[in-house]
Design a protein. Structure first.
Lengths: 234, 1163
């Protein structure tokens, strides 16, 4: 599906005393369904804000956002919560696992509120964590935690998987493994993935690369031949 | 300012809610503790200030014989006595709407020769003091609480108080109220007891001392050295000082009484002797005159009886005479009757004779008359016939005959003529011969006719002759008949005359007989009437005789009645005289007895020395203050514990949050104390500020609230606030110290770690498996929120403890407070509806006989408005405890009828409710008494009956709350004392249907002179309930404190939870949790802890309640430790409510958590 995600002239402003900062300054782009999109830019380029707005965590001040044909730019907080609940899977930079719950329970946290969710065990199996299901996050390594986080996001069967610097807190190899997992999920399951990173080195693995600078979209290029992650070095 | 100090200030301003948490809990604990602690000394100080300012006496002396100037002077002369104020008091009665109100009438305190200050000076709260003789000021408490009087109203006393004229006591009956006062003498609503009216004094009034008519002072107030040396009146020092002084005064009293005896007693005894002599004289005189009178009376009686006897004899004679007369009359009547009978007979005979004579005569006359008549008839017939014949003859026959004869003659003449004419014719035939006639034939014819004629003449002649002859014959016959008739008449006449003569003769004879008869009859009549007359006269005489006799009788009667009356009068007079004499004598005797009694009294003259503790309510104030203090003691420990926990969790959290900062500072080279100072100062600032705020608010409010509660029972001036510096210092110090220590402890825990580790974010406390997880079936069914909650609960133990303890404390406070109310308000219901079930008590007039009481009881039983009534004996008794010799005043109750007693006094064990049997073997005592005297079943109790001590075996202990009782059977009483039991009151149960008429019934019964007073339990209940309502304030204070405690603790917990788990909250929000679900994630923990705390609080509250009840216990009251289900519900419910309140407040805060901010990175 064309234009599965569509940003039209989206603004997000922050009032810092006298000064108004446009964190997102008239952003427009679109992503097709099943694409692996990477939003890349330096710190403060507004990419996280874009992701937050897309994920229904934040709201834009102006503009229109369509996800799967649904305008989410003016949803109320409850509708946004439902949108997050049913449509979005979120993978955080710092995993954001509930420390007091085991890996499996962290996945259940998501599945228990969804209608058409995966089996938590299945989800964990799919990220290769069958053995560590009953471990608490503190007993898992960073990559494992991120995999739990991804499993939690995927278990909801979201329309859109949003990843905010998923490798940011991970070492190189673990990061690669995680990216590989995401790429696999996208290519195998047809999941639309939007990934944010400041590392432009990983852009070749994406179907689409959106570059941002100072809250503006600099380029929105489609990569017809994405490379598998193994072939990318940085 | 150094950067590190700026850091402290910023920290405080940035984490206000945390700061406030610590501050609030410290404020709460300090405020509550110091506030309640301040109440007790404030109460005492208020009282003391009041007593000092109003110069409350230290001693009040009352003498059975009063005081004179000498006594007062002697008292003032004592070393220890500083001031003396002689005064007067008296109890008078007002009866309004049939209710007796006893009023204590006091002389207005004034300066006298012996005192420079006015002792017991009253405070005028309204109006002014009395200036004129008939003015008074009235009791403030009474005026305000039961205001039936206004300033300007008048109070009018009964003219008599127990046979004593009121005007002998005071100069006026009516006093105008000019003001309202309070006096340090009475600080509670109690006004003391009396033997008048209902037994308790309702209120007091002050009047000018000149109004009292007593020669001697009735009481003396003294102020002593102890009072001025020890201003703290509840001190042991003061109490001991007073004790010593009391001994001195007592010594003086003995001396004064000795002198009194010498002077006054001697006089009185002389007077008594004189009176006795006079009495003896009077007695003798009276006896003599009575004897005289008796003799006179007996003489008079004798005379009277003689006279009566004589009169009666006369009457009997008269009666006899009368009787004889009667007989005579009877005889006379008889003979008269007989005479009359005879005369009647004779008369009747004569009458008969006469009548037969008359009849004969009548017959004869009749015969005669008949004969005569017949004869005359015949005669007259004959005469008539004759007359007829005669008439016929003369009128018919004779003329007929004569006419015949004349006819004949005529016929003869005619025939002659014819014959002559024929003879001539014949003779002259030729001439007469008709023409043509045949003369021969004519002549023959004529001849023949002549012949015929001739023959006819002859015939005629013959007839004539015969007529003639017949006539003659007829005439002759007539004549003869006439003659005959005349003869017959002659004969008849003769015969008539003859008969008439005979008749006349007979008639004469008859007439004679008749006249004789008439005369006889007349004579008879005369005789009869005269006899009758005589008889009547005799009868009349007899009657008059009878009448006379009757009159005589009557006279005798009246005379004798008169006599009797005179005698009776005499006797009555004598009796009256006797009675009067007896009365006079008994009066004299009474006077003598009274004089003797007075002398006895004088002999037993005694000064009663009362100190302040004898003032009603004086001791209570101290006890009440002590009670408040006891309650206050339990709180600091409790609150301190909670505040330490709150502080610990808060500071730990804070230090954890500032981990990086600590690491940085440490890396920068700051020393540990320098780094820790921030947290120390933070905590100290919060604690100090909290202490200050708490102290100010607590001390400024609680003592006033609590004293205000007590002001319902005490009449005190404005509260004097005493700041309990020691308690304040203690509580604030402990609070601050603990808080700071906790802060430093938490800080140093972190400081031990090296800076590098500190700079890295602290790994969140690892999740741990909890016990519950091993119960797989349950664990599997739980959703993740429950799991998180369960794990969290056990993850932070300090927090868990803090919350549970805090919440439990909240619940316990509410339960304890409500339980306090339940326990106390339960007393009245339990006592008067389950244990001593009577509605009214009728006190009987003293000196009623047993029969009269029985009669009265019958009336009680008959009155259908009473369900039950019980004749009983009740009196005050004093029990002396065996173990410490202390004494306790209580009631002894003895029911006359066992069955009714058991219906009104339920004797039972408190816990088992098994009945306790009252037997002749021993007494049943109430539980509180058993507790105080440490006497169990089988032990002995020593108590007074009247003035003497007796010992009885305890056979049972019964549940009881208000007051203390010893129950006993009449048999045991008589057995123990050897005295006859005199019942003095009646307990009654009013039937349900008559409940609303209770006052009317009481009023009706009060009319009976056997009933002295009535007291109604309902009235008592109402006053108890009024007093209990004051508890509401205490309960409210407790609930407010509890609420604050719960809110602070829960707020703190939630606050920490939220701040600690912002990331978690943000994460689950991102996962699509709705707001409520998110809140639930946090709140579930709150609710579980709240529930745990509340559940734990219920038993703690029960214990707490028991503690409160124990600390406020009194001798006279046993508080049932009873917490109603409603109180538990309320304790639980309110706690939940507070928790929900906190949750509601925090909900807003939680919604404000931005997902974006918290997801960025870990700081």
């Amino acid at each position: 599906m064309k234009d599965f995600v569509c940003f039209e002239n989206v603004y997000k402003r922050y009032q810092m005393g006298e000064v108004t900062i446009n964190a997102v300054d008239g952003v427009s782009f679109s992503i097709d369904e099943g694409e692996f999109a990477v939003v890349v830019g330096l710190s403060g380029a507004g990419k996280t804000t874009v992701l937050n707005i897309l994920g229904g965590i934040d709201q834009c001040d102006e503009g229109k956002i369509l996800v799967g044909g649904k305008d989410i730019s003016h949803l109320g907080s409850r509708d946004l919560a439902s949108y997050r609940r049913y449509d979005i899977g979120f993978v955080f930079q710092f995993y954001n696992l509930i420390p007091n719950l085991t890996a499996r329970e962290n996945v259940e946290l998501a599945t228990q509120i969804c209608r058409n969710s995966m089996d938590p065990d299945e989800a964990l199996d799919s990220v290769g964590l069958s053995e560590r299901k009953n471990n608490f996050p503190s007993q898992l390594s960073g990559g494992e935690q991120q995999r739990v986080s991804i499993a939690r996001a995927l278990a909801k069967r979201p329309k859109l998987l949003l990843c905010d610097e998923p490798t940011g807190a991970l070492d190189y190899n673990t990061g690669k493994t995680i990216l590989k997992l995401l790429q696999t999920k996208c290519s195998q399951d047809g999941m639309t993935v939007v990934l944010i990173t400041h590392n432009s080195a990983i852009t070749p693995m994406a179907n689409r690369v959106i570059r941002m600078r100072s809250g503006k979209v600099v380029s929105n290029a489609v990569n017809p031949n994405p490379l598998p992650i193994e072939k990318i070095e940085w | 300012m150094r950067a590190i100090h700026k850091n402290i200030i910023r920290e405080i301003s940035r984490t206000r809610s945390r700061f406030i948490s610590i501050m609030a809990i410290v404020a709460l604990s300090v405020g509550f503790f110091s506030g309640v602690k301040a109440s007790s000394p404030s109460m005492i100080r208020t009282g003391e200030g009041y007593f000092t300012d109003q110069h409350l006496m230290d001693f009040r002396l009352i003498s059975t014989v009063g005081f004179d100037e000498e006594d007062v002077r002697a008292l003032a002369g004592l070393d220890c006595v500083e001031e003396v104020m002689p005064s007067y008091t008296s109890n008078l009665v007002i009866t309004q709407k049939n209710i007796d109100t006893v009023v204590s009438v006091l002389a207005l305190p004034q300066k006298t020769d012996y005192n420079q200050t006015i002792l017991n000076e009253p405070i005028v709260t309204e109006g002014r003091l009395p200036q004129k003789n008939n003015e008074c000021v009235i009791d403030k408490y009474f005026y305000e609480k039961l205001s039936q009087y206004q300033i300007g109203d008048t109070i009018t006393f009964n003219t008599k108080v127990q046979e004593k004229d009121t005007l002998d006591t005071v100069s006026h009956l009516t006093y105008t109220i000019v003001g309202v006062v309070q006096t340090p003498m009475y600080i509670t609503y109690q006004r003391g007891n009396t033997n008048l009216g209902s037994g308790s004094i309702s209120f007091f009034i002050f009047i000018l001392p000149e109004e009292f008519r007593s020669e001697r002072y009735t009481c003396v107030y003294a102020k002593t050295r102890a009072g001025s040396e020890y201003p703290s009146f509840w001190d042991e020092a003061y109490k001991n000082g007073v004790k010593e002084e009391a001994k001195e005064i007592e010594a003086l009293s003995r001396e004064r009484i000795r002198i009194f005896n010498e002077n006054t007693l001697q006089e009185a005894e002389d007077a008594l002797a004189k009176a006795k002599k006079e009495y003896a004289d009077g007695e003798r005189e009276a006896k003599e005159s009575i004897a005289d009178g008796e003799k006179k009376l007996s003489d008079g009686e004798k005379e009277y009886y003689d006279k009566v006897l004589a009169g009666e004899q006369k009457l009997i004679d008269g009666q006899k005479e009368l009787e004889e007369g009667k007989q005579k009359l009877e005889d006379g009547k008889k003979s008269y009757q007989e005479g009359i009978e005879q005369a009647k007979k004779q008369l009747a005979e004569a009458q008969q004779q006469y009548s037969s004579g008359l009849a004969e005569y009548e017959r004869g006359k009749q015969e005669y008359d008949a004969e005569i008549e017949k004869a005359e008839k015949q005669l007259s017939q004959a005469e008539n016939e004759y007359q007829l014949q005669y008439t016929i003859f003369y009128s018919a026959t004779k003329p007929q005959a004569e006419s015949k004869m004349s006819l004949m003659k005529t016929a003869i003449d005619l025939a002659q003529t014819v014959v002559d004419g024929l003879e001539e014719k014949l003779a002259h035939l030729d001439r007469w011969l008709p023409a043509g006639g045949n003369a021969r034939e004519t002549a023959a014819q004529w001849q023949k006719e002549l012949e015929e004629y001739q023959k006819k003449i002859e015939d005629y002649q013959q007839q004539y002759d015969e007529g003639q002859r017949q006539l003659q014959e007829g005439e002759a016959q007539l004549l003869e008949a006439g003659q005959q008739l005349a003869d017959a008449r002659q004969q008849l006449t003769e015969k008539k005359a003859e008969g008439a003569a005979a008749l006349g003769e007979a008639k004469i004879k008859l007439d004679e007989a008749e006249s004789k008869l008439t005369i006889g009859r007349l004579e008879y009549d005369a005789a009869v009437s005269s006899g009758l007359l005589e008889l009547q006269e005799a009868e009349k005489k007899l009657q008059s005789g009878e009448k006379e006799l009757e009159e005589g009788k009557k006279q005798l009667e009246t005379e004798s009645a008169k006599g009797l009356a005179v005698i009776k009068e005499g006797r009555e007079l004598l009796l009256l005289g006797k009675y009067q004499a007896a009365l006079k004598l008994s009066e004299g005797k009474d006077q003598i007895r009274e004089a003797e009694k007075k002398i006895d009294q004088l002999k037993d003259a005694k000064w009663y020395i009362y100190d302040r503790t004898d003032n009603p309510g004086y001791a209570n104030l101290e006890e009440d203050a002590q009670r408040v203090d006891n309650v206050a003691t339990v709180f600091p420990i409790f609150f301190l514990l909670v505040s330490v926990l709150v502080c610990l969790t808060t500071m730990s959290r804070m230090v954890e949050e500032r981990r990086t900062e600590i690491g940085t500072l440490k890396a920068l080279g700051y020393s540990h104390p320098a780094i820790a100072r921030k947290y120390f100062v933070y905590a100290a600032a919060a604690a100090v500020l909290g202490s200050l705020i708490g102290a100010v608010i607590g001390i400024a409010t609680l003592p006033f609230i609590i004293l205000d509660t007590y002001s319902m029972m005490y009449t005190l001036p404005k509260t004097v606030l005493v700041i309990p510096w020691d308690c304040l210092a203690f509580s604030a110090g402990t609070g601050i110290l603990c808080t700071c220590l906790v802060a430093v402890f938490a800080c140093y825990r972190e400081l031990k770690i090296n800076p590098a580790t500190l700079m890295r974010p602290k790994a969140p406390k690892p999740g741990k498996r909890i016990l519950l997880e091993y119960l797989t079936p349950i664990w599997k069914r739980m959703n993740f929120t429950s799991k998180v909650t369960a794990r969290n609960l056990f993850r932070y133990k300090a927090r868990f403890c803090m919350t549970v303890v805090g919440v439990a404390g909240c619940t316990a406070l509410i339960v304890g407070g409500m339980g306090l109310k339940d326990s106390i308000s339960g007393i009245a219901d339990l006592q008067y509806q389950e244990l001593t079930i009577y509605d009214e008590i009728y006190a009987l007039t003293r000196s009623e006989t047993a029969e009269k009481k029985q009669y009265l009881m019958a009336q009680f039983h008959e009155d259908h408005r009473f369900r039950e009534s019980l004749l009983a004996y009740q009196s005050w008794t004093t029990v002396q405890f065996a173990h410490n010799g202390e004494k306790l005043a209580l009631h002894l109750v003895i029911g006359e009828n066992r069955e009714q007693f058991e219906k009104m006094f339920i004797l039972r064990d408190r816990s088992t409710h098994m009945p306790v049997e009252l037997t002749d073997e021993g007494v049943v005592i109430t539980e509180r008494l058993a507790e105080l005297s440490q006497a169990g079943v089988g032990d002995d109790v020593r108590f007074t009956i009247g003035d003497d001590y007796y010992t009885c075996r305890v056979s049972g202990i019964t549940e009881n709350y208000a007051g203390n009782f010893i129950y006993m059977t009449p048999a045991l009483y008589e057995n123990v004392t050897g005295k006859e039991l005199e019942y003095n009151l009646v307990f009654v149960q009013v039937a349900d249907s008559a409940k609303q008429d209770e006052h009317t019934i009481a009023y009706e019964w009060m009319q009976k002179e056997d009933i002295m007073t009535v007291s109604m339990i309902n009235d008592t209940l109402v006053s108890i309930q009024d007093m209990l309502s004051s508890l509401n304030v205490i309960v409210l204070v407790l609930i407010i404190c509890a609420g604050m405690l719960a809110i602070v603790v829960l707020y703190n917990l939630t606050n920490i939870n939220i701040s600690e788990r912002v990331r978690e909250i943000a994460t689950i929000k991102v996962l699509g949790f709705y707001n409520l679900e998110t809140a639930n994630y946090i709140y579930r923990e709150n609710m579980v802890l709240t529930l745990c705390g509340a559940c734990l609080g219920l038993p703690i509250g029960t214990v707490f309640n028991a503690f409160i009840m124990r600390s406020i216990q009194m001798d006279m009251v046993m508080f049932p430790q009873f917490v109603g289900p409603l109180s538990y519900c309320l304790g639980f419910g309110l706690t939940i409510l507070f928790s929900l309140l906190v949750n509601a407040v925090m909900y807003v805060k939680m919604n404000r958590i931005s997902m974006v901010e918290s997801l960025k990175s870990i700081e």
